[in-house]
Design a protein around this ligand. Sequence first.
Ligand code: SF4
Length: 240
Amino acid sequence: MTAPPRAVYRRLLAAYGAQGWWPVTVKASEGPVYRPDFRGALTERQRAEVCVGAILTQNTNWRNVETALRGLHRAGVWDLGRLASWPPRRVERLVRPSGYFRQKAKKLRLFARHAVSRGTSLRDWLSGPLEALRAELLSLWGVGPETADSILLYAGGRPSFVVDAYTVRIGRRIGWFRRHDYAHVQRFFTGRLPASPRDYAELHALFVELAKRHCRSAPVCSGCPLREVCHHGRSAASGA
Ligand code: SF4
């Protein structure tokens, strides 16, 4: 029998500890950092940084995003108003390390312009009715479900479960679902877990950690904390 998401979450938390996502910059000289013990609220600048990072992380790894974020910090572009008004070429140069830099610069400027047009802080904007807000984010060019949910969850502190390729890979191997379309996988989790932003964030981060350590494209099931409760892991152990 496979374990329910809550039991898997407990196992991963016991194995790896809290991950403290999403990384944000506290001191400009240090770049974005993970903060497992942080319990407060993000500053407006940090919320903006999460939104920018959620767009920059599309189709690239976090290290590249971090380089781009450091560059944006050095250039002092932490106000979405500034980002919206900066010349496109300048934004492109700054986000170049994250790849697809022309597209991403355009996405960032469009997002920033939209956020500024709301005429309120990110904190207040992202506190609005969840479904309408999600639909609003999805209507923006370059914002897909994973990006929208990352912004809602990590910048807004809203219970919007993030599904990424690792979530799908791990869930399928565990035996939770066969379909892998975003809405189906998201419903699988939201139907089985309490709507807690903190737990949603931790589970997402723990899946990423598991995917890095064990559940790679070629899984390394030996030593995996989920082996006993994972369909694929048990089959591998029995030689089935
Ligand atoms: S037991 Fe193997 S397939 Fe299952 S989660 Fe762990 S690494 Fe992935």
